[in-house]
Design a binder for this molecule. Structure first.
Ligand code: DC
Length: 223
């Protein structure tokens, strides 16, 4: 079974996807982490110059980028070329550049191929922007998650503050709005709700309410 969870930035997709994967014993794949890992690699290897991508260098670099998910204690961490980059890829510096990287067609082709391979032998919950539309258009269950931009920015602000990241609410809010716009207006695989996806606006829901709601959806598909 494939469960596709798409939606806007910082809307709680991963929290929901992780909890569902745990409950139903499916594997969980955070596709945003993969685009973030490529972005981190690009930032560290001078693939950006004056804020713009050098596509020839990026294409070449893709061959040297190995992304994996490995369990670290209770959690699944993203690893880039043998290094745990889970916390580094969440930083605002990576968030600033990730929409540019994820708009590049050949990067998307490679990530989609890897995502399909990772899910080829098991039931999976995958979250991202194009899972229900491109990666698994035939997924048994598709959920499109959203919440108001103010609420999403506040949640992300609180999360980064807890981690000790010194970043303002305003910067997060502006980054989130910019990413929404870039993600939904790009030419390749733009963020959009699949025709057969269920819309879940969690602006006024707790994490638990959202989870209970989604569990019912999964159970109805299983039965
Ligand atoms: O889910 P996230 O915020 O960690 O994702 C980071 C960025 O990656 C997001 O701005 C858009 C991009 N992305 C994408 O284009 N396609 C996906 N399937 C997942 C993420």
């Amino acid at each position: 079974m494939k469960i596709a969870i798409d939606g806007h930035s910082s809307c709680g997709k991963s929290t929901l996807a992780k909890a569902l994967a745990k409950k139903f014993n499916f594997i969980y794949i955070d596709t945003g982490a993969m685009y973030r890992a490529v972005t981190l690699y690009a930032l560290k290897n001078e693939i950006f110059s004056n804020g713009l991508i050098n596509e020839a260098l990026l294409k070449d670099a893709l061959k040297d980028i190995k992304i994996e998910f490995r369990r670290v204690g209770e959690n699944l961490h993203a690893w880039l070329n043998g290094e745990d980059v889970e916390s580094e890829i969440r930083k605002i510096e990576v968030s600033r550049y990730v929409s540019q990287i994820s708009a590049v067609g050949f990067v998307r082709n490679e990530m989609v191929a890897q995502q399909r391979r990772m899910a080829s032998n098991s039931s999976v919950v995958m979250d991202g922007r194009d899972i229900g539309t491109v990666v698994f258009p035939d997924a048994e269950l598709k959920i499109f998650v959203t919440a108001s931009p103010e609420i999403r920015a506040e949640r992300r602000f609180n999360e980064l503050k807890t981690k000790g990241d010194n970043v303002s609410y305003e910067e997060i809010f502006q980054n989130l709005k910019a990413r929404d716009l870039q993600d939904s207006s790009r030419a390749v695989a733009p963020l959009r709700q699949a025709d057969d996806a269920i819309l879940l606006d969690n602006s006024n829901m707790t994490i638990n309410e959202q989870f209970e709601y989604a569990v019912k959806l999964v159970e109805s598909k299983i039965s």
